[in-house]
Design a protein around this ligand. Structure first.
Ligand SMILES: *[C@@H]1O[C@H](CO)[C@@H](O)[C@H](O)[C@H]1NC(C)=O
Ligand SMILES: *[C@@H]1O[C@H](CO)[C@@H](O)[C@H](O)[C@H]1NC(C)=O
Ligand SMILES: *[C@@H]1O[C@H](CO)[C@@H](O)[C@H](O)[C@H]1NC(C)=O
Ligand SMILES: *[C@@H]1O[C@H](CO)[C@@H](O)[C@H](O)[C@H]1NC(C)=O
Length: 373
């Protein structure tokens, strides 16, 4: 693979023509099918101007997804730049924005795009600035224990698919996620992968209750109990799989139903693993690269690191931990053999930890050779 610094040249030389064609075609589709187009700016802080995407994107979910399902699911051309889409799902200002800013600092903005889904019923003060400025997509209210979080993730995927044909890997984050490697390391790990990283687990606690949360037979016949999978809400999907999500109606219709039992309603943790396990299990590494500690579980929330725990040794330990792989995989093959996936991100950190994390950003967090010492 050519070095990232050469990518802009490749783009200029080989890509401008096909990219121009793609944009033109997308514009025509947009004009043909969507009467109600628009940008989101209402309810956001006054100093946050309307989003500027490369094309107009419909506000209506059905239109948005229909349009996104028509994009090219492949890379525009084999040598083209592969971009990472960083997608943040939030209901509050991003407490670690300065850390992400430092993470992106110095890397070419040709290599990534940022998208933010921000529940429009909430306040965002301070407003989104820097790499997050103008990157808020048309968002809708999102709440735990309802399908709205998964809806928001689907909206992010659809925007990212439509916005840039070079978006190649689509990563989802919460406000409490932080990066634990440099941008370069993260970029290489993700764009060199031919598979998505998504935890896909079977036989988890409350598996049946979660499947039956919408009523005993509500998921049938499309999603049998045997098809149902559970995994972390935080995944990195390759473009082909982002497209599978945008195109899916049948399975989503089941997961989008209202739950009778809120306590077992976590569609954002089961829709994506179930869908991808049904459609393309071989295209997935069944693990998440976002570290989380569930040994402490407070009312459905995992451990949040206390300030005194946020030390270099914690970061080193998280990096040295190996992910948990879903064991039913493809054909019973053992995923742990021959793989050395490393966590790229971690949660949950309390907003107070910002200063401590910034203090160790250069020396530890983004220093790929930092090890226990
Ligand atoms: C980005 O890096 C430059 C040069 O190293 C530095 O001066 C600047 O403060 C950094 N900005 C952020 C937001 O980290
Ligand atoms: C999901 O369900 C909600 C509430 O019933 C509905 O308004 C929305 O249109 C559905 N979304 C899709 C994409 O089917
Ligand atoms: C399982 O699938 C892997 C990957 O496709 C393949 O290499 C392996 O030979 C298969 N194992 C068995 C027991 O079929
Ligand atoms: C990165 O980590 C290595 C190993 O711990 C250390 O020797 C080096 O000084 C660190 N680099 C920076 C810039 O702190």
């Amino acid at each position: 693979m050519p070095s990232p610094t050469l990518f802009p040249l490749f783009c200029v030389l080989f890509l401008c023509f096909p990219v121009a064609v793609i944009f033109t075609v997308q514009r025509e589709i947009t004009a043909a099918v969507s009467p109600e187009l628009g940008f989101h700016s209402r309810n956001l802080h006054a100093s946050t101007p309307a989003v500027r995407f490369r094309q107009q994107i419909p506000k209506d979910d059905e239109q948005l997804l229909r349009l996104a399902s028509r994009v090219n699911p492949n890379q525009p051309s084999p040598g083209s730049i592969r971009k990472l889409a960083f997608m943040y799902l939030t209901t509050a200002p991003l407490p670690f924005a300065p850390l992400w800013e430092a993470f992106f600092n110095g890397s070419s903005d040709e290599l990534y795009n940022v998208y933010v889904h921000a529940d429009p019923t909430r306040e965002y003060d301070p407003p989104f600035t820097g790499v997050f400025e103008n990157r808020v997509i048309h968002s809708k209210p999102s709440e735990r224990n309802t399908p709205t979080l998964a809806s928001a993730a689907r909206r992010l995927i659809a925007h990212a698919l439509l916005d840039d044909p070079q978006n190649y890997m689509f990563a989802l984050f919460s406000p409490s996620c932080v990066p634990i490697h440099s941008f370069d390391f993260t970029y290489k790990t993700l764009v060199l992968s031919r598979k998505s990283f998504i935890e896909i687990l079977k036989d988890e606690p409350l598996q049946f209750e979660r499947w039956a949360a919408r009523g005993p037979i509500a998921m049938l016949p499309e999603v049998r109990f045997d098809d149902f999978r559970i995994g972390s809400q935080f995944w990195v999907l390759k473009r082909k799989h982002a497209h599978v999500v945008a195109r899916d109606r049948l399975i989503w219709e089941k997961f989008n139903k209202t739950c009778f039992w809120e306590g077992s309603c976590f569609p954002e943790e089961s829709y994506f693993p179930t869908l991808l396990n049904m459609k393309d299990p071989r295209g997935c590494v069944p693990a998440t690269l976002t570290h989380v500690d569930w040994t402490i579980n407070e009312e459905g929330h995992p451990r949040m690191y206390e300030l005194e725990e946020v030390v270099p040794e914690l970061i080193v330990r998280l990096r040295n931990t190996r992910p948990r792989y879903g064991e039913d995989g493809i054909n019973g093959s053992d995923w742990t053999v021959g793989r050395s996936d490393t966590f790229l991100f971690a949660r949950k950190f309390s907003p107070d930890a910002l200063e401590l994390l910034m203090g160790m950003a250069r020396t530890v967090l983004f220093n790929d050779s930092a090890c226990g010492a």
